[in-house]
Write a protein that binds this ligand. Sequence first.
Ligand code: FE
Length: 155
Amino acid sequence: MKHLIILCLLVIGCKGNSQKKTTDKYKVSKAEAEWKAQLSDQEYYVLRKSGTERAFTSPLNKHYEKGIYVCKACETPLFKSDHKYDSGSGWPSFDREIKGNVAFSTDYKIGYARTEEHCATCGSHLGHVFNDGPRDTTGKRHCINGIALKFIPKS
Ligand code: FE
């Protein structure tokens, strides 16, 4: 009897996993309730509902310590401090992302096309990319919600 129960649990467990693999778009995928439990209300609103934090409210806006910025939801490295600059917009800004770890889409939320960016590992929303970045480097301005990031110092 005991063995039968264990066997049943194994079968159910495997089935759950294989279903997950075929339907999930992202390597890290969680139910809404799980994200809600893991993140604060404000983090959930920005990362999972594509919200925007108020300008000049992030402690990371004018933060220039050496290190990397990882996804608040899944800790994938997304940006390097070497590529951070002060855009004056009120949001943490970078002239480039860590290639392959950030994915892009087009959003028409405010009436015209903007390039939205999100974590390539978990799909969480990060911000938008604009073409008014530093001309001497990439010309790109990755305008990122500070609340979507976690800073890891180099040391
Ligand atoms: Fe992520």
